[in-house]
Design a protein. Structure first.
Length: 71
């Protein structure tokens, strides 16, 4: 029997630019939703922020592939 240790699975983390994109566009989406959809109920603002964060995820990955990470 061999004494081979199983290799640890390397976890890959997301680049910082993806987090920055998600936080930035999520906040921007919330603020735009807050201003533009002021007459609607409060969960609509959070939905617009969530939509912005999802868009920021894709924008962040696009930026990472195009220009690299910000750090």
């Amino acid at each position: 029997m061999t004494d081979k240790q199983p290799k640890a699975i390397a976890q890959k983390e997301w680049p910082v630019v993806v987090y920055v994109g998600m936080i930035g566009t999520g906040f921007l989406g919330y603020m735009i939703g807050r201003i533009a959809l002021d007459g609607y109920s409060h969960p609509i603002y959070w939905a617009s922020g969530l939509l912005g964060a999802v868009a920021g995820f894709f924008v962040g990955w696009f930026w990472y592939r195009w220009r690299g990470d910000v750090i």
